[in-house]
Ligand binder design. Structure first.
Ligand SMILES: *Cc1c(COP(=O)(O)O)cnc(C)c1O
Length: 607
């Protein structure tokens, strides 16, 4: 893997220069500099860096590509986009989408009542709101209220009953009636991890028979002039373009049929999300087989072709891409707290006058190891340490001998891997699996990379510095939760190599990239680790500014968020301490203050 696969996943957002990974924008600050500046103010845990310019870039790319395809294909409909809030509801993402999307009239998509309220709050009057997901009468009434307030809102019905409720509300109230969309249940389905949204057994959408029923109901209740959109969404991160095209053909034909059935205000096709992001760091395992250029021109060409064949007006195209818009804008930075094998250093060896023969052999192997014998010696060392463990279990050697054996074998492993790292032989790769270094990262995978934990979704990961030297240690990453699932293991098919750093001498940071979609609200407070501290970075021509710090929740706040009384926690802890015996009054006061400081900090490690 050259340069941690930056050519594959980074989309030119980042570059490697002078051994550092830098933003490839305006003043090109290095991420390490930004991190160091943030940490100056005593912030030691994981950090989420937010780059709004990358949202702007994605919005522009989406619109430019579609508008070019429209021009090229002489397509008559327009292109419109809404941002699905479920992908990232945090203010930094929503504000960036709304602000950067202003010139395009960028809208928002809501899938729940809370998201609908957020959409009503953040959408500029005149931009689109689309509403998907299951709805009760209250949520549908809320859509009427949004419409009455001036929003250009479309309710996508997921079933006939929702349409009946819309008709009811329209009869009961004289509020402005929202536009109506129909989510169609396609027989085409997607592929990949997130493919459950399409296909005949999909969770959402109306069947052909139900669509015909819906049209009749709309006509009977004189609401057919409100039917403006048909919608489908076959799944997120669609890695293959073929199923997308198949779904488009099907939906395009449904649109044309409905127009022919008299749905004369039907003007929009909403193709949902699913536009994929490249997460892969290894060229042999690229995660998607198409580009935004191919995607946009396929959509426009296919829809034009279908409508021309059926002699139907070209629909306006709507997308609800979420992942594509926001994945790249957030980078998770995790300090490395410890390299596991560094507990085994030479200075801790303590030999006896007479050592067991196997220890003496290890001493020799360590001293005589060189380039030509190192694989052989490495095998011997691995063999000896196994034997030493057996001898220990049987009571033939003591703890000191065992300790010496462990240190010596680690020293040999390290030396051998270092000597051989220039040539990646099969043999060495197999050994790497066995002998990987464990890097302890100050973060929670459950909180910050939940899709890794839940779906095995890989995120590009790399160190922020030392990039002028080749990293040589096969690495597995451990987080600080007390859960053995909080680990990103060494994967021989996609091996991660990191640097062998002496953390007593310098800090070492890892960056996880493309974490801006879905991870933040899916993240959970396992072990009561909370959202990392978050900083928005605005990059300008000659510098950058750090704004909008959102501190990680402190210990009191996280406890109170799950139902414990903040005041009671403080009182109880203090009372216990006050009632204990202190020889010194000053120490008592200092300890009280210390306790208070601790509970008012977040729970990440501070070393
Ligand atoms: C989740 C979802 C999206 C967003 O999908 P992405 O793959 O993130 O672009 C769009 N539309 C609907 C209806 C969704 O449920």
């Amino acid at each position: 893997m050259k340069d941690f696969g930056i050519d594959i996943w980074a989309n030119n957002n980042f570059i490697i220069e002078d051994g550092l990974i830098k933003l490839n924008y305006k003043s090109k600050p290095s991420i390490l500099n930004i991190v160091k500046e943030i940490r100056k103010n005593n912030s030691k845990g994981p950090i989420l860096l937010i780059f709004p310019h990358l949202i702007k870039k994605q919005i522009k790319s989406l619109y430019t590509n579609f508008n070019e395809a429209i021009k090229e294909n002489n397509y008559k409909g327009s292109f419109n986009a809404v941002f699905p809030l479920k992908v990232n509801q945090f203010p930094h993402a929503v504000n960036a989408v709304v602000n950067e999307g202003k010139e395009y009239n960028y809208g928002l998509e809501a899938g729940s009542k809370a998201e609908l309220v957020l959409a009503m709050l953040k959408t500029t009057i005149g931009s689109n709101i689309t509403v998907n997901g299951f709805k009760d009468k209250e949520m549908i009434t809320l859509c009427f209220i949004a419409s009455q307030s001036g929003h250009n809102i479309t309710i996508t019905i997921e079933g006939i009953n929702e349409l009946q409720t819309i008709i009811e509300v329209a009869q009961e109230r004289s509020l402005k009636i929202p536009n109506i969309g129909i989510r169609v249940r396609l027989h085409s389905s997607g592929s990949g991890t997130w493919a459950k949204s399409g296909g005949m057994d999909a969770k959402f959408g109306l069947t052909a028979t139900e669509i015909i029923g819906a049209i009749k109901l709309l006509k009977d209740s004189q609401l057919i002039n409100k039917l403006s959109m048909i919608h489908f969404h076959i799944g997120s991160q669609m890695e293959d373009i073929a199923p997308i095209k198949k779904a488009l053909r099907e939906a395009g034909n449904i649109y044309a049929e409905l127009r022919k059935m008299g749905a004369s205000s039907l003007e929009n096709i909403n193709i949902g999300g699913g536009l994929a992001v490249e997460y892969d760091q290894y060229s042999h395992g690229k995660s998607r087989n198409y580009s935004i250029e191919e995607f946009s021109s396929s959509v426009v060409f296919l829809l034009g072709e279908i409508m021309d064949a059926k002699n139907v007006k070209h629909p306006n195209i709507f997308t609800e891409s979420g992942r594509f818009i926001v994945a790249s804008h957030a980078v998770l930075i995790t300090p490395v707290l410890e390299l596991f094998s560094h507990d085994y250093h030479e200075g801790l060896l303590s030999f006896k006058k007479i050592n067991p023969p196997l220890i003496n052999e290890l001493i020799d192997l360590n001293a005589l190891l060189n380039n030509s014998n190192c694989i052989e010696y490495l095998h011997d060392a691995l063999d000896h340490i196994e034997s030493l463990f057996t001898l220990f279990d049987l009571g033939y050697i003591d703890l000191q001998d065992r300790s010496n054996g462990e240190i010596l074998s680690h020293l040999i492993i390290k030396k051998a891997l270092y000597l051989k790292s220039a040539h990646h032989t099969n043999e060495l790769e197999q050994l790497q699996v066995k002998l990987q270094e464990k890097y302890l990262i100050n973060a929670s995978i459950f909180q910050s990379l939940p899709d890794y934990w839940g779906l095995n979704q890989n995120f590009p990961v790399m160190p922020l510095h030392h990039l002028e030297t080749t990293a040589q240690r096969g690495a597995s990453l451990w987080d600080i939760t007390c859960d053995s699932d909080g680990e990103i293991g060494f994967n021989p098919d996609k091996p991660l190599y990191l640097h062998d750093i002496d953390l007593d001498k310098e800090e070492y940071f890892l960056g996880f990239f493309n974490v801006g979609a879905y991870q933040e609200t899916l993240g959970m407070n396992h072990n009561l680790f909370t959202h990392p501290s978050e900083y928005t970075i605005e990059i300008n021509e000659d510098n950058y500014t750090i704004t909008n710090e959102i501190e990680s929740q402190n210990i009191l706040k996280i406890l109170s968020s799950i139902g414990y009384d903040e005041m009671m926690i403080i009182k109880k802890l203090k009372d216990n301490l006050l009632n204990s015996d202190f020889s010194d009054k000053k120490e008592k006061n200092d300890t009280l203050l210390l306790l208070e400081t601790y509970v008012k900090q977040n729970g990440y490690l501070r070393n």
